[in-house]
Design a protein around this ligand. Structure first.
Ligand SMILES: *[C@@H]1O[C@H](CO)[C@@H](O)[C@H](O)[C@H]1NC(C)=O
Length: 351
């Protein structure tokens, strides 16, 4: 087996030169495909604690379809991918020597894929979640699905390559969106899921583009709260496609999920830390514009103590009352991803 693996590493290293073209843009159809436009878009949210799926239909109806609780190990993968220390080289490479330096890692991924394994153990956890969501959406629709859009928390070491490989592993086409970071982060997906930042008639590409370009940019605070994690962003959006969310404008706290309460010395101490985290980004950046909208997601955001703390933080930080969106918070991000997936064939930013 060791010899076989070695051979495969060599073979895949040889093929690397020709197989390293980015594959993430395959979902963008050319104008000649217009007749084959989908009647719906499927969106997944790979968040801490669980994954969700939603479907957006051409008639405008958007439905929450499935929630799958994470298996052991999945949350640990997300936690690890949230750490700067987990970052690594990944294509497309920035510097001349990087492709060479990254060859062993890429070769191992290719070797694993060649024998039908997920590209890495991490990809395996993501793929398992995707496959459960896929099955449930297909059962719901009564038909197979062939592609989906996916959103996730802003995890610094989660790369498009991982999502692409996880989708490949479950036989789904990975849709990529014309968004700044390549990956669709929950701040943008939730913004879209709450019906913000989208043109009124996406089938009219020119009008849609103009409408979205005319949209004002605004500051939003997206807060995700589940049993496993508290995520906070303090970002700038301009339509659902443009997101400005650099390192100092988001945080992921895997020590502050609702289920981690008992690991703190007391409940009070836990809630003090939650309050600090909710306020941290605004407190550290006193000169940044305060959020005009607060977008809530996750299955714990309706917790009464949590809401009281969030409202108190907002009162301290701004005298304008930001609009708080919190309907169907477990599915808001998946719904946004589904909406963008449905609109992708009409991509207004396409040349
Ligand atoms: C839109 O289409 C879906 C799927 O065919 C259907 O379930 C839903 O009821 C429709 N909604 C409206 C408002 O017609």
């Amino acid at each position: 087996m060791a010899v076989l693996l070695c051979q495969m590493l060599l073979v895949s290293a040889m093929f690397d030169g020709i197989s390293s073209l980015p594959t993430g843009t395959q979902a963008v159809l050319s104008t000649s495909d217009v007749e084959m436009l989908p009647e719906f878009g499927v969106g997944f949210d790979l968040t801490a604690s669980y994954g969700t799926a939603a479907v957006s239909f051409a008639n405008g109806t958007v439905l929450s379809v499935a929630k799958v609780t994470a298996e052991d190990g999945y949350n640990e993968v997300l936690r690890r991918l949230s750490l700067e220390s987990s970052q690594h080289l990944v294509p497309p490479y920035q510097n001349p020597g990087d492709a060479w330096k990254d060859k062993p890692r890429e070769a191992l991924r290719s070797a694993r894929k060649a024998v039908g394994l997920p590209a890495s153990a991490d990809v395996g956890y993501l793929a398992t979640m995707l496959s459960h969501l896929k099955v449930q959406v297909e059962e719901y629709l009564g038909a197979p699905i062939e592609s989906a859009g996916v959103t996730s928390p802003h995890l610094v070491a989660l790369y498009q390559e991982d999502l692409q490989d996880a989708f490949d592993h479950v036989g789904l086409r990975y849709l990529t969106f014309p968004v700044r970071y390549g990956l669709l982060y929950e701040t943008s997906a939730t913004y879209a899921g709450y019906d913000y930042g989208l043109c009124s008639d996406y089938t009219d590409r020119a009008a849609c583009k103009e409408e979205q370009q005319d949209m004002a940019s605004e500051v939003v605070m997206a807060v995700g709260y589940t049993g496993t994690a508290l995520t906070v962003s303090f970002s700038v959006v301009k339509s659902a496609y443009y997101l400005y969310e650099p390192d100092n404008r988001y945080l992921n706290k895997f020590t502050l999920g609702y289920d981690a309460r008992s690991r703190w010395a007391s409940d009070d101490e836990y809630w003090v830390e939650v309050a600090k985290s909710l306020e941290e980004l605004m407190a550290e950046n006193p000169n940044y514009k305060r959020p005009a909208k607060v977008l809530l997601m996750g299955d714990q955001v309706h917790n009464a103590a949590f809401m009281r703390i969030l409202e108190a933080v907002l009162r301290r930080q701004t005298t304008d009352e930001p609009e708080i969106s919190s309907q169907d918070p477990q599915f808001a991000a998946a719904k946004g991803a589904a909406e963008l997936a449905k609109r992708l064939p009409y991509d207004p930013y396409k040349q």
